[in-house]
Design a protein around this ligand. Structure first.
Ligand code: AMP
Ligand code: GLY
Length: 426
């Protein structure tokens, strides 16, 4: 088979790495990819949002399956475009991807189908938003979310009136979260632990991935601004068998079934971002793509042929084979540029990668990297994902941090508490 992976982050390096192990694979491309994906695939210089360019390439190169990493091409309708050309692609249609693309659609969907989530209200104007906040319905802290895609920075926890007013100004008046982002969701703040629950769906059935825990904030002890994720471990220490069943029946199955009934068949990934509250698991958000960096930790544990699983979702028989997972534990530490997620510099020379990768059980996935004068340099906020697999969590994190200590670049920043169980929000 000829396969194309779309994207250029650590998640896409992990997707390409796992697909490259499939006996079904003849040729793998990645667009645009990074120096890490270049080790397992041929990089093609087409941007992830250039849907016409990508579909022309897939047609010309007779690609049998395209796998989409990031959300933006999905919400732009890449799946609809590929399918209209008779090209096979793994991912949700534009209509189904609205679950991720519009927070308002997602919250109204949850409300319509009684899927447990935080209480919320929608504001169309800044006056309305301030009225809702002033009414005291939610108290403080409360959470304000921009409706549309905002590069992962669309949710702001506001501890007081000042921050809430600033956030409303930033989103609704100054349009700092994107021109089209004019409406907001205002919701109650939930306390508890966060967990990610990720499945592959064919639109009617689901194949759960092993559980994973992401560490969202920039600094240790759950402090600092939210990021795309500073590390992950799999399995999640907090998702018990009982909770797994509860989340499946109260959140995952109703979502898949109701989406189908609403004419928005969800084929691809369903990623539920959960808060485990005292009243049970509640849904913070939906994503329609694999997690980053959860995927890196999860795929290290997959023993089955990943390409076969992706195909079974596309062919709408996702339960046709049993997926085998390693009983081992995996961990992933994100090495970021100093200043991420706010302001950071790029172009810093990365050293020590070979020594890190030589440690048994260690795999390094590349994210924001590029080659410059035959040297690997930083090229983004999240730079490398240092991952390890071992029989237990302490072993996996020990190896991952040993590998981290071999790597250097100017202003390198990472969390030293990935996998620590005290992670708790609120
Ligand atoms: P979202 O984009 O909706 O997933 O929000 C991003 C992050 O903001 C989440 O991972 C949480 O850390 C935090 N967050 C979002 N909504 C809430 C909420 N209702 N209560 C507490 N924290 C929240
Ligand atoms: N790690 C969080 C996400 O992928 O959304």
């Amino acid at each position: 088979m000829r396969v194309l992976v779309i994207g250029s982050g650590g998640r896409e390096h992990a997707l390409a790495w796992k697909i490259s192990q499939s006996p079904l694979l003849k040729k793998l491309f990645c667009a645009p990819g990074n120096p890490g994906t270049a080790q397992v695939a041929e990089n093609v210089p087409i941007n992830e949002t250039d849907i016409t360019g990508l579909s022309e390439f897939a047609g010309r190169e007779k690609i049998d399956l395209t796998v989409v990493g990031p959300e933006l091409p999905l919400t732009l309708g890449i799946v609809d475009e590929f399918e209209s050309q008779g090209l096979r692609i793994f991912g949700p249609s534009k209509k189904a991807a609205e679950l991720e693309g519009s927070k308002i659609f997602a919250k109204q969907f949850m409300e319509r189908h009684r899927i447990p989530t935080a209480r919320f209200k929608i504001a169309e104007t800044d006056d309305q938003a301030l009225k809702i906040i002033n009414s005291g319905t939610f108290g403080f802290p409360l959470v304000i979310k921009a409706d549309g895609p905002a590069g992962g920075k669309g949710a702001v926890v506001c501890p007081n009136m000042k921050k809430a007013e600033e956030t409303i100004q930033a989103i609704m008046v100054k349009k700092q979260f994107g021109e089209g982002n004019t409406r907001v969701v205002i919701e109650e703040f939930l306390r508890g632990r966060e967990a990610s629950f990720i499945v592959i769906s064919d639109g009617t059935q689901v194949q759960p991935l092993v559980t994973a825990m992401d560490h969202k904030t920039a600094y240790e002890g759950d402090r600092g601004p939210n990021t795309g994720g500073m590390g992950a471990v799999s399995p999640s220490p907090f998702i018990t068998k009982e909770l797994f069943m509860q989340v499946s029946s109260s959140i995952i199955f109703p979502t898949i079934t109701r989406m189908l009934e609403e004419g928005r068949r969800l084929r691809g990934v369903l990623y539920a971002g959960l808060m485990l509250t005292e009243q049970g698991p509640k849904l913070l958000e939906y994503n329609c793509r694999f997690g980053d960096p959860e995927t890196q930790a999860q795929l290290l544990r997959m023993e089955s042929d990943f390409l076969e699983i992706l195909l079974s979702a596309v062919f709408e028989n996702v339960l046709s084979r049993k997926v085998r997972w390693s009983a081992k534990v995996s961990g992933c530490v994100v090495l970021a540029s100093g200043g991420y997620p706010v302001r950071y510099e790029t172009g810093k020379v990365i050293e020590g990668l070979d020594q890190a990768e030589a440690i048994p059980g260690v795999t390094v996935f590349q994210a924001g990297t590029r080659m410059e004068k035959r040297m690997l340099v930083t090229n983004g906020g999240r730079v490398l994902n240092v991952c390890a697999l071992d029989t237990n969590l302490a072993g996996a994190m020990g190896k991952a941090y040993e590998a981290v200590s071999a790597i250097r670049f100017e202003a390198m920043h990472y969390r030293r508490d990935i996998g620590c169980e005290r992670e708790e929000a609120g």
